[in-house]
Design a protein around this ligand. Sequence first.
Ligand code: CTP
Length: 402
Amino acid sequence: MLAGKTILLMIGGGIAAYKSLDLIRRLRERGAEVVPVMTHAAGEFVTPLSVSALAGRKVHTDLFDLTEEAEMGHIQLSRSADLIVVAPATADLIGKVAGGLANDLASTLLMATDTEVLMAPAMNVRMWLHPSVQRNLAELRGQGVGFVGPGEGDMACGEFGPGRMAEPMEIVAAIEARLTGGPLRGKRVLVTSGPTHEPIDPVRYIANRSSGAQGTAIARALVRQGADVVFVTGPADVAPPEGAEVIKVQSAVEMLDAVRSALPVDAAIMAAAVADWRVKSASGSKIKKVAGALPVLQFEENPDILATVAQMGEGRPGLVVGFAAETDDVVAHATAKRSRKGCDWIVANDVSPETGIMGGDENAVVLISDSGAEEWPRMGKQAVADRLVERIATTLGLGQGG
Ligand code: CTP
């Protein structure tokens, strides 16, 4: 519930602005006051009349509205809210704030505030991937701005890929996580999940049998506890969690790049089943079948993402958690893996086929830390995630790893 909470909702000029109408309705259903601000471009997509009718109050659009200045200055407007939500956050608005520009009401409010800001970006896929936009996002993340979405899918412009604004209910979940607290509020946590696909040629790849279920359950539990979650996922079977910032990758090398660009974080949970090797010089065109001749694949080692993050000096997350999927001598192998990789904890499990754990709904894990090996009973993957996240919250609350 959001009763008693005031949300300053800034609507940017993008086709996704229509979803903001539903967002206002959902927020008000939960008892929140919504103070709407629209950019001039937003008015090309939705009318101020619809926005004010749904919000039940006046829409603010103009920086130089003198009556407004007399009644409630724009500085006051930006500071009286519990949370500022920018949805859709366009490349333009993101760029203005990252660059310190304030030439309209929305950008001025964003510059003049010390209230927490949550952005739901929406833009064309090429724009989203553009290095300038990615640089601006990194700048804002560094300033503590939170993000929800964007998702991936068909876009109004006819293209496909990341850039689609998060659905209203995902934004509501992210807002609730921030405003109703949770022990991990204000903590930024990275989760890697799913398998990686290592290309052989444009149509074939090498992969492993990870569904992404455990990593997704952990990210979901982190969101529920109020964390800002960056979820870097390979091609998984299960849908990514709501309320997290989702970065989809294919290969281990792409996963490492995404992980690096997500730093700094307070904790990193590496649940991905990363392929240890990739095909050296994967073919740019489809390898044709030639009678009597078998292709020979040469491999090279993939970067170890967990070890890279765990062993970075400056900027190392306060808590780094790895996973170990073993088939025998689980505790001995996982303990050795913990010291080899340099992480704080290892969540180890026995993935022998008879356990039914790989691809199943349950997990039986051993948590290996400084204080030894702690065996947990077999339980659902979400229950394992909840218990692990509880432990993470306690540890981060104490301001330490280990
Ligand atoms: N991991 C990673 N990058 C890799 C390989 C693994 O980040 N290239 C991470 C996984 O996400 C997991 C942990 O390391 O958290 C364990 O991976 P695993 O493949 O079991 O470890 P290895 O060192 O490859 O040992 P093994 O010989 O058992 O494969």
